[in-house]
Design a protein around this ligand. Structure first.
Ligand SMILES: [Fe+2]
Length: 273
């Protein structure tokens, strides 16, 4: 199956897998998960999300997909209040940001906040991910779960890396990591839902992190429904998905993942004095 430089089953680079049946289990194993994250920069949670729910969501995304829905406007950047953020999809091609914040990418993002229509039946999954994230931060289970907390909100998102060129350059989450800190939370963690199956949904490339200087394509080890935790130190990205397939931006084919990132609306009012 592997078409990459990392052999399946390679010792010492694959993420440690925690088998869980509920968020309650996560609380019981929290200390061990955090120790693993501290030591290895990644941890994989298995059993919290039914693979069938993920597969059903991917089928719904594919059946309703239209390139015509790609928005040129990044609505979250213009929202005055979190609840202004609509469901929208946006194709991002090229490079964005400057200096340390520069990102080179080819991906499509489907934004699906908790207060909007649950288009693909993923909101329960996103809620589980959010509760896990909150448990890592050691804050209330419902923090930014059903809606914003002031300026801060959880943005449910699905990431689509099109077959034939979808990728995300290696980076650490500096921008996203600044939000929890400013919201008074300790540290930074990202919970990423593995949605696609390598060898079935795509053949080459996929999500990776670096471990001991080696690029680890984690979909060599993961299954749809797994939740990958990583932190602000984790160098990660997405290796070009199926680079020898002609790209078709009208197609929903490719590699998918999802996240529950904390965002903060940009305050435009002038401060006094
Ligand atoms: Fe990232």
């Amino acid at each position: 199956m592997s078409t990459t430089g990392v052999a399946a089953g390679a010792v010492g680079v694959e993420p440690h897998v925690f088998h869980l049946s509920s968020v309650r289990d996560f609380h019981d194993q929290r200390a061990e998960v955090l120790a693993t994250l501290e030591r290895e920069d990644v941890a994989l949670l298995r059993g919290l999300v039914e693979p069938s729910v993920v597969r059903e969501a991917l089928a719904r995304i594919a059946s309703s997909f239209s390139r015509a829905n790609d928005s040129l406007v990044d609505h979250k950047s213009h929202a005055v209040a979190p609840r202004d953020v609509p469901n929208y999809q946006r194709l991002m091609l090229g490079e964005h940001g400057e200096g340390e914040k520069n990102r080179a990418l080819c991906m499509r993002i489907f934004h699906n906040p908790s207060w909007n229509e649950d288009e693909w039946g993923l909101h329960e999954v996103f809620r589980t991910m959010t509760q896990v994230r909150n448990a890592v931060y050691d804050v209330e289970p419902n923090y930014c779960l059903d809606g914003p907390d002031g300026d801060v909100y959880t943005l449910f998102r699905v990431h689509h890396y099109p077959a034939g060129g979808g990728f995300l350059g290696a980076h650490r989450d500096g921008v996203a990591a600044s939000v929890p800190e400013r919201a008074g939370l300790q540290g930074y963690v990202q919970a990423l839902l593995v949605m696609s199956e390598k060898g079935a949904d795509f053949e080459a490339g996929g999500g990776y992190y670096y471990k001991d200087g080696r690029r680890v394509l984690y979909e060599e080890f993961s299954r749809p429904g797994d939740i990958l935790l990583y932190n602000g130190q984790t160098l990660h990205g997405v290796q070009t998905v199926d680079p020898y397939t002609p790209i078709d931006l009208d197609s929903a084919a490719g590699r998918y993942s999802a996240s529950v990132t904390l965002y903060r609306v940009y305050r435009r009012e002038m401060s006094m004095g």
